[in-house]
Design a binder for this molecule. Structure first.
Ligand SMILES: [Mg+2]
Length: 271
């Protein structure tokens, strides 16, 4: 009886300990996932190279805007994404690294509502130049219309973005697929001559929820448009390309992500 009792206690203790260690290792794996982002975030925040690429993108976008003519009877428009295209959210990303926190809708909304979003170099000047030259900038973003709109408008105005209003600021209502919102713009008599984004999904729905192979095929098929109609800002930290790594990327926890990341690396065999 004594032995049975002892075995029962020992088994119980082992179960608790293994539960603790599973919890501990899940926490550790999440920390590794977040810390792998540190170098990319530092590059965006600190390197002159990142800033140069941002200026390069907006210089190209402005030349294309000036060069292009709207279709007959149409008004010239430019569509820009917000996050990591016009607006810099790297402090939220850095918070994730320092606190080993995954991206979550709730903390993201808290960040947006903290009203500390910064501007990407060249973005404010670009939007002002387009509007001054008779164009209209439409801000098409997947920030949430219901709980992130007023803070977004306040920050954009504070940063100096022009004409932020009900017509030009199109946030996410039902879907993150932007195609519907692009149609809304053209239905109002606009010809979108330039798209600026940090995600292929900012250029249309061809890449929406597609694998990286399909996303690369889209890029190859549209190779002559990059640097003119399609202007891309670099974002090594996040984007739909991450989920594009594997169809099950978001179906497991941090351990699953780390395994997929490692397995997907194309590596030299050392010989
Ligand atoms: Mg973006």
């Amino acid at each position: 009886m004594k032995t049975a009792k002892f075995t029962f206690i020992a088994l119980g203790l082992a179960a608790v300990l293994s539960g603790c260690s599973a919890q501990h290792s899940a926490k550790h794996e999440e920390a590794v996932v977040q810390n792998q982002a540190a170098l990319g975030i530092l590059w965006m925040q600190q390197s002159g190279e990142y800033q140069a690429l941002a200026y390069q993108a907006f210089n190209a976008a402005l030349s294309e805007f000036e060069r292009s003519k709207a279709a007959k009877g149409k008004k010239k428009a430019v569509v820009v994404d917000l996050d990591e295209t016009m607006m810099d959210n790297s402090p939220y990303a850095a918070w994730q690294v320092k606190n080993n926190m995954p991206f979550e809708a709730e903390t993201w909304t808290q960040w947006v509502n903290a009203r500390q979003t910064l501007a990407i170099p060249g973005a404010v000047e670009f939007a002002n130049r387009v509007n001054a030259k008779g164009g209209t900038v439409f801000y098409v973003s997947n920030r949430r219309d219901d709980v992130e709109r007023s803070a977004t408008i306040e920050d954009m105005q504070k940063l100096g973005f022009p004409k932020v209003n009900d017509k030009t600021l199109l946030l996410k209502k039902q879907t993150s697929n932007k195609a519907e919102r692009f149609k809304q713009i053209t239905a109002q008599g606009y010809d979108i001559v330039v798209y600026v984004g940090d995600n292929l999904n900012d250029f249309g729905e061809a890449t929406y929820r597609k694998s990286n192979r399909e996303r690369r095929d889209f890029v190859a098929a549209n190779r002559t448009r990059f640097g003119s109609k399609f202007i891309l800002l670099p974002n090594p930290n996040y984007g739909d390309w991450e989920g594009g790594l594997h169809k099950d990327y978001y179906k497991g926890g941090a351990k699953n992500k780390l395994e997929i990341r490692k397995a997907t690396l194309k590596a030299w065999d050392g010989k």
